[in-house]
Write a protein that binds this ligand. Structure first.
Ligand code: SF4
Length: 472
């Protein structure tokens, strides 16, 4: 009889992102699983180093064996728990068909099978904010603890990248966790079918070599920006199973048959038509970007240690005076205030030029800099001048893209230059650590972002002759 794979917190984490990934990790052919990308490897290495630094400072004991020797490691963990250690690092918990290796077990007052104390769990994360997938992981450990010690800890914890501790009430997680665990068990046991669905994580997923050709071959609706699983399901049940069939759909009929609202269906049909024809379908030209002269901003942050902006580029594009770019570095967090002051000086030299960026990162980082170093009106004026080009592009046309990233949108609209790389985080980390090669790589990435952004602004201008502010 085939063995049933044990479930771990990782399966719950993956479930929160992609059910099909859970199926593939448990039942897929490992021969077609690709190696982690550089970004994934860098993220894991940083996570492990961060966790080890916290564990070293706490000096908690850990079982002599790791999860490879699961039964021995569990016995050793139980012995540490019965002895009432203040904390345990990477204990191994076993119950039912589950195995868990929580980062930290922390002793709490209150009787249990262990004696007059019990344990709760704290998981160390590199991120700055708690996420639902992480909450599912600690709920998984709380469930295991309840089986092992006979008491469900009232609260479980996430220790975040900035050192803060986020408490989560176990009872708040119960219903969601139980459903998630039941679903994961059903996926493992064959009672719940899964299939691929294109999403942002796919280009970095180790199963992309299997899923992406499958999605392309079946002309899957998930390849359209804006598609959700529930919309795909409603469309498939009403006979629109592929991008081509949706592209040929009459909106009224498709809305009636699928039960989807016309206003959410129309953009999907336009996206399907753009994909089927491999063509740009103009929508509304919208307001024309103002300028030149104009300022273009790119920003790169190190998400660790409460995040700090590592590189800010501010480019002036000016027909009369030519283009100039200010590269402002803050390799160390202590340089960040000076970086912001330089940025404000660059903005103030062109007080009336619009400031363009793509996506939310640049504006978030400038808002964070303003909240940290509070310049007052200069910073708020700079923020007020910022315009995100991404929604302007989406409003202007349906592009034959799978995602409206800067790179995909620029390429689809005729940009032939170097594209910014997908994996920028490892470069940012290494550059912040003083690696000269990474610094050069990050500069090149920022330059290609600026070029692609400049291209998109020019493309938007070419669509419209109407100056901003004159259109309803
Ligand atoms: S490639 Fe995409 S659909 Fe396939 S398992 Fe990974 S995340 Fe899921």
């Amino acid at each position: 009889m085939p063995s049933v794979p044990s479930l771990s917190a990782t399966h719950l984490y993956l479930y929160a992102h992609c059910e099909h990934r859970v199926h593939l990790e448990l039942r897929g052919d490992s021969g077609v699983r690709l190696a982690d990308t550089e970004e994934e490897r860098a993220l894991k290495a940083r996570g492990i180093a961060h966790e080890a630094a916290i564990a070293d400072a706490l000096a908690f004991p850990r079982p002599a064996h790791g999860p490879e020797a699961r039964d021995r490691a569990f016995e050793e963990t139980l012995a540490l728990m019965r002895a009432g250690e203040a904390g345990i690092y990477q204990g191994v918990l076993l119950a039912e068909d589950l195995i868990g290796v929580p980062d930290l077990l922390i002793r709490q007052p209150g009787a249990s099978h262990l004696g007059d104390h019990h344990y709760t769990v704290a998981d160390v994360k590199i991120s700055q904010r708690a996420r639902a997938d992480q909450a599912l992981q600690v709920a998984f450990y709380a469930h295991l603890l309840e089986k092992v010690q006979g008491v469900l800890p009232s609260e479980v914890y996430l220790i975040l990248g900035d050192g803060s501790r986020e408490a989560i009430a176990s009872e708040d997680l119960g219903g969601v966790f139980e459903q998630a665990l039941a679903d994961v068990r059903a996926i493992r046991d064959g009672g719940r079918a899964t299939d691929p669905f294109f999403q942002d994580a796919c280009p970095r997923c180790p199963w992309r070599g299997l899923c992406l050709p499958e999605l392309e071959a079946r002309d899957d609706l998930s390849l359209l920006p804006g598609m959700t699983r529930s919309r795909r399901g409603a469309l498939a049940r009403s006979g629109f199973e592929t991008v081509s069939t949706l592209a040929a759909a009459r909106p009224e009929r498709a809305a009636t048959r699928s039960g989807l609202e016309r206003r959410s269906l129309l953009p999907l049909i336009r996206q399907a038509q753009a994909a089927a024809k491999r063509a740009i379908l103009p929508l509304s030209p919208g307001p024309r970007p103002e300028g030149p002269p104009e300022l273009l901003v790119t920003a790169h942050e190190n998400p660790e240690n409460a995040g700090h902006t590592v590189l800010l580029t501010i480019s002036l594009s000016d027909i009369k005076q030519g283009n100039r770019t200010a590269l402002i570095w803050a390799a160390d967090p202590s340089d960040e205030k000076a970086l912001y002051e330089k940025a404000l000086r660059a903005f103030s030299r062109r007080p009336h030029a619009p400031v363009y960026h793509h996506g939310r990162s640049a504006v978030w980082q400038l808002a964070r800099l303003e909240s940290r170093y509070g310049s007052g009106s200069a910073g708020l004026q700079a923020l007020h001048r910022m315009t995100d080009v991404a929604p302007l592009v989406r409003r202007a046309a349906a592009l034959p893209v799978q995602r409206y990233t800067l790179a995909e949108a620029a390429r689809a609209t005729g940009y032939a230059g170097e594209l910014p790389p997908e994996e920028i985080l490892p470069l940012t980390w290494r550059a912040a650590g003083g690696d000269e090669e990474a610094r050069e790589g990050l500069l090149a990435a920022a330059a290609s972002e600026r070029e692609a952004l400049q291209h998109l602004i020019g493309w938007l201008r070419s669509l419209s002759e109407t100056p901003a502010g004159t259109r309803a």
